[in-house]
Design a protein around this ligand. Structure first.
Ligand SMILES: Cc1cc2nc3c(=O)[nH]c(=O)nc-3n(C[C@H](O)[C@H](O)[C@H](O)COP(=O)(O)O)c2cc1C
Length: 212
C-alpha cells in the first residue's frame, strides 16, 4: 500500500483495501511517501491548513507544469518483490499530487514496479481522470503492469462540494452550512469504503487466479 495522504482520506481507502487483502491471507506492507520539499513542506506539515486558499494555491503552478519536488521514501519500498503494489493518489489541481508524481519518477519506483502488477486508488473532490491517467502512465513507464484503478468523488455540486472541502481543510471540522448555504458531506463516505472492499476483493481474486 503506497500512498501520499495530506488529510488522511487516501490512507482511509488504502487501510480498507489492506484489511480486505489481509482477510484473504496476504501480508500487507504500508509505505507512506513524505512531502519534504522546502518550498511547500511547511504548509502541508500541519492540519488543518493555516490559510486554506494560499496553501492550496501554493502548489498550483508546479502542478500545472507537472513538476516534481523533494520527498521521503520509506525503506519498505526497497524490500521487493511484492505481488501487487496499490498506489493511493489524491488529486491536486486535476493531476496526481506532486509527492506521488515525484515518487513515480524515481529509481526506487522502477525497482518497485518493474515487472510487478499495480493498481491505482484515486481520491478527489471531483476530478479523477487526469490523476488516474498520470499514475497509470508513469507506473507503466517504470515497467509496472497496470491491472486496474478506482476513484472516489465527494458528494455535492461543484460550488457546494468545494465550499464543504475547503471549510474542512481550513478548520478540520465538518460544517453543515456556510453563510447560509447548506453544505454536502465532504471526504470519503462509508459507501466509498464499500466500493473499495469490492474493488480490492476483485484484485485479490485476480492475483489468486494468476498464481494457480
Ligand atoms: C492542494 C490541493 C489541491 C486539490 N485540487 C483538487 C482538484 O483539482 N480536484 C479535485 O477533485 N480535488 C482536489 N483537491 C481535493 C483532494 O483531492 C482531497 O482533499 C483529498 O481528500 C485529498 O486526499 P488526502 O487527504 O489523502 O490528501 C485538492 C486538495 C489539495 C490539498
Amino acid at each position: 500500500m503506497l500512498y501520499y495522504s495530506y488529510s488522511g482520506q487516501t490512507r482511509r481507502l488504502l487501510d480498507t483495501a489492506a484489511a480486505e487483502f489481509a482477510t484473504r491471507g496476504y501480508d500487507v506492507t504500508n509505505a507512506q511517501i513524505g512531502f519534504t520539499d522546502a518550498r511547500y513542506a511547511r504548509r502541508f506539515a500541519r492540519f488543518p491548513m493555516r490559510n486554506v486558499w494560499p496553501d492550496m494555491l501554493s502548489v498550483l503552478p508546479a502542478q500545472v507544469a507537472g513538476k516534481t519536488g523533494d520527498i521521503s521514501i520509506p525503506r519498505e519500498v526497497s524490500e521487493t518483490p511484492y505481488d501487487l503494489v496499490c498506489i493511493g493518489s489524491p488529486t491536486w489541481w486535476s493531476k496526481a499530487s506532486m509527492p506521488i508524481r515525484s515518487f513515480l519518477k524515481t529509481d526506487e519506483a522502477r525497482n518497485l514496479l518493474a515487472g510487478t502488477p499495480f493498481a491505482t486508488f484515486v481520491v478527489c473532490r471531483d476530478s479523477w481522470k487526469g490523476n488516474l491517467d498520470e499514475v497509470r502512465k508513469l507506473g507503466q513507464w517504470q515497467g509496472g503492469h497496470y491491472i486496474g484503478g478506482m476513484h472516489v468523488e465527494y458528494p455535492g455540486d461543484q460550488v457546494r462540494s468545494m465550499l464543504s472541502l475547503t471549510s474542512f481543510l481550513g478548520s478540520g471540522e465538518y460544517r453543515e452550512s456556510y453563510r447560509g448555504v447548506r453544505l454536502p458531506p465532504t471526504n470519503v463516505q462509508p459507501e466509498h469504503l464499500d466500493e473499495v472492499r469490492v474493488f480490492a476483493a476483485g484484485l485479490a481474486d485476480r492475483l489468486m487466479g494468476e498464481k494457480v
